[in-house]
Design a protein around this ligand. Structure first.
Ligand SMILES: [Zn+2]
Length: 320
């Protein structure tokens, strides 16, 4: 891993020296780049989180936002889509910063840093987690002693009803510890404060199921009731949607469109261009390991390589 990262750093330094990285960065001028984050915490708390790969240390996050504030026009997704559709591109490339799931640290650690630089983000909330305080199923699984990433992946493959039954059984069999220590969701007051500050709220379903594996009834409920529920709870429109795990297909997209959402995000890596695929918006996942060098220190070069899609091209992906 260390050798791989060392090699990666060397290639990226060469790309920066030779102007290749610059060329990739200029590509961002013609599209809308959307970044994915989940959680932001002080470095000393990151390692203790159930899924460390989803937690960005606050110091690194601040450096990333500083870079975005100086080089990009940072918008909510709705505002960015309106800009792309109008055909009037801003001077600087458009980027959106998004957060999935609705953890409390979004309000206590991420939003203050966004606000510090005058940036506005888009926050996707899992309805039952934020409105009812119901623990996310993968967090419940993570508290099991026997939990492994492979187990979580296996559970993602089950349909919603079967997954919930299995998680219930696993947890009661293991008499999992009560969730006192767990990190909860944002409160209603915290979400309302985000809206007041100009941030945007989107839906991320009721319970975070894999929608492509959900039957018609539960798919409809997860998509529609999360929108109506959040709108009632907040007294504000919830214009966008985010597919759990990014998983979507034509059937899922049709339900999302019919529910009145204006757009939806996947987790496919790429940049968005006109004509927009509004219900398959691509995003770039920014995880701690992707933005650190071989010594584990935050690397701005790595961040630039990731969000310019240079990395994706090196991995054999598509960069348009
Ligand atoms: Zn999620």
């Amino acid at each position: 891993m260390k050798i791989k990262r060392r090699l990666r750093s060397a290639i990226e330094s060469a790309a920066a020296r030779t102007g290749v990285l610059n060329r990739f960065e200029r590509g961002a001028r013609h599209g809308f780049t959307i970044l994915t984050y989940h959680r932001v915490l002080p470095a000393e708390r990151c390692a203790h989180a159930p899924f460390p790969s989803l937690v960005m240390p606050d110091v690194a996050f601040r450096e990333q936002m500083r870079r975005l504030a100086s080089q990009f026009e940072v918008t909510t997704i709705s505002a960015g889509l309106a800009r792309i559709t109008s055909g009037e591109l801003p001077e600087r490339p458009l980027v959106a910063v998004t957060f999935d799931d609705g953890y409390v640290d979004n309000a206590t650690h991420a939003a203050p840093i966004l606000n510090e630089f005058g940036l506005r983000g888009t926050f996707f909330l899992v309805h039952d987690f934020v409105v009812h305080g119901r623990e996310l199923w993968f967090e419940r699984v993570a508290r099991l002693e026997a939990a492994t990433p492979a187990l979580v992946e296996r559970l993602k493959g089950l349909d919603t009803a079967e997954r919930e039954r299995t998680v219930d059984e696993l947890c009661s069999a293991a008499s999992a510890e009560p969730a006192e220590e767990r990190d909860g969701p944002m409160s209603r007051a915290q979400v309302l404060a985000l809206i007041d500050a100009g941030h945007e709220i989107g839906s991320h379903t009721l319970t975070h199921p894999i929608l492509t594996r959900s039957d018609t009834a539960s798919l409809g409920r997860e998509v529609r009731e999360s929108k109506l529920g959040l709108e009632g709870w907040l007294g504000a429109e919830v214009p966008g949607f985010c597919y759990p795990n990014g998983d979507n297909d034509e059937r899922v997209q049709a339900v999302v469109r019919d529910a009145g959402y204006r757009w939806a995000c996947s987790t496919d890596a790429g940049r968005n261009h006109a004509p927009l695929a509004r219900f398959e918006l691509q995003r770039i996942d920014v995880t701690p390991s992707r933005v650190t060098d071989h010594n584990g220190a935050y690397s701005e070069l790595a961040f630039r390589s990731e969000i310019s899609l240079l990395r994706s091209a090196l991995r054999g992906g598509e960069a348009r």
